[in-house]
Design a binder for this molecule. Sequence first.
Ligand code: GLN
Ligand code: ZN
Length: 765
Amino acid sequence: MGVSVASLGFPRIGLRRELKTALESYWSGRSDLDALLCTASDLRKINWACQKEHGADIVPSNDFSLYDHVLDISAMLGAVPEAYGWKGRTVDPLTYFAMARGGQKDCAHGVTAGEMTKWFDTNYHYLVPDLRADQIFELSTSKVVDEYREAKAQDIQTRPVLLGPVTYLLLAKIRDEQNINPLGLLQRVLPVYEQVLKQLVAEGADWVQFDEPGLVLDLDDMAREAFQAAYAALTEAAPALKIMLTPYFGALDDNLETALSLPVHGLHLDLIRAPEQLAEVLGKARPDLLLSLGVVDGRNVWRADLSQLLDGLEPAFRARGNLVLAPSCSLLHVPIDLARETDLDPEIGQWLAFAVQKIGELRTLATALEQGRDAVRDVLEASDRAASLRRSSPRIHDLAVQTRLMTVTPELSRRNAAFSTRREEQQARLGLPLFPTTTIGSFPQTPDIRVARAAHAKGVLSDDQYTAFLREETCKAVRWQEEVGLDVLVHGEFERNDMVQYFGEQLSGFVFTKHAWVQSYGSRYVRPPIIFGDVSRPHSMTVEWWRYTQSLTERPVKGMLTGPVTILNWSFVRDDQPRATTCRQIALAIRDEVLDLEVAGAAMIQIDEAALREGLPLRRRDWKSYLDWAVESFRLTASGVADRTQIHTHMCYSEFNDIIVAIAAMDADVISIETARSKMELLDAFVQDAYPAEIGPGVYDIHSPRIPTVGEMAELLRAARVRLEDRQIWVNPDCGLKTRRWPEVEPAIANMVAAARLLRTAVDS
Ligand code: GLN
Ligand code: ZN
């Protein structure tokens, strides 16, 4: 009887991004596989020791991954698509990395990487399992057992983590027969999992953690039955092994009965996303089911309010006697150690907790439950103090912002006239040709630019020198855009490091870290801004750049902003008020910028909402409320302008079918979207719902170095003309060009302009 502290998974990247360095050095041929594996093994060792040291009783193994934990399962199952030329037996690192990143240049058959997509509603991306209807699965890696053994050799008994078979299949795609449900492959997958479990038992494992975040999704009967079948088989295959079933990222809700009926030994609950489910589970769970309570936020950076948590935990502990305390989900999604942030504003620092601090918090809670609060009085008092300061700090609470928000009327989110009227005024003002050409905003971030930015950050380049350099780049970009014949110009975003960071750094209520990296995918890590307080805009952020650029040309230059929903979705967001409120505050701040741009003379302002779709809740029934406030925030940002000012928005994805009504409700005058790869088919969404405004369906796939020909872009535009009216169509790439090189961009955009001209002549004749 007692309380233990579990970690469900720890960041793999290393405190100093050692994994990134090792991977990239291996990929570039600067070091060999042994060096990479050695770094990986060091990181695991450090991570195990670190979690133990901060108070975890149960530490995971196999949470580490060289690239992605979903890909690890595909490799374990030998689910390697034919294109990779794999001959069976062990999935070697070359095959593994080819699936992750595509074939290397020196490889004769240049295979492409597997498809990547977002892991539930996080900003982590996994490799989508790419299966066949007749897929054969065979145990093809020994990673799970190897890492268990490796820890044991260091005297650490771990609880191996595996992505569970049902969620694995829920995330999979069947290539050859699209209408076959991957869950149909369950019976073929299970024997491999069973084999792994038996090996673990033989090695001495007592518990295993099966991550099944699929249990918080809307499931049909087939999926629920798959859970029954899977866990019946897995418990039977290895009766000596106890299974901790670990759903997270939300409430079990209508899947609770299913979860509680499975013959597993433990059940984890995400009590951050769904605290209310504890009461129901306490009432319904078998007495011998070990509950793992996810009470510390594995998805965000805030310090927990320990006393408040104890108020809820003490009765649960009395009721059960036995408990596991854990983060709500794997700590993969938070930075590793707050102690590294030595430059952080200390007042804000005391409100934060990263992965190791979170384990420490769980330790405190466990001690308080077992020995009483007095045993950890100092720590609890410190936590109380931090919580109370956070509630009252003037750094967080800005009365002016709150008052302004309270006086927002619905009119502020409404454009003056309807689109048809606005359109006439905008046309008269702009006089653009049919099929106007433009780009999405950024131009190549060349090595020169990166060098200058780094030199400026170090103080080697003065502010004035840096600005002069950026102006020079902007000026060159304007000259080139005129020469190549674009109708609507952009300034190129050379001054921006990142489309969210650039704004966050100029807004109040944001703080940035130096080392707080989290994995986005593979060796790509990001440092999301932290929104800690009420958001406002102390001064204009982009007007000078717009003004300078417009002074260089007669053609219209778009003002270029990041929208409130995207800023929100790509940040760590404060947890002391609803996300919707924070989003509206950002909307008001960006609205001020929109209006300043208009006063400066901008005839067009683009508000990027690259990440609007990825904020969609995991459950359908929560979509409406999200879309309502997300769309409202966009409109609040955009609607202050006169009818003659043209509002553009941009979204970098292609699935619109299920959210088209919301997209239309944003009421932008022009929307640019990603379509090059899907051959314009997704425009059907815009047709069926009679989208009235103008649309720039991307004709240039900017994710590829390939330069599209005039002919193929003209062909895409013809496909667009079948679906849209000519007056609606804009011609642009799929997204910004910052990751491309000029030698690719110059001919590609020249071809794009030529394709637009070709179409214009076709219409004229
Ligand atoms: N304006 C931004 C750019 O061109 C948009 C980027 C994005 O949508 N991700 O870079
Ligand atoms: Zn984009």
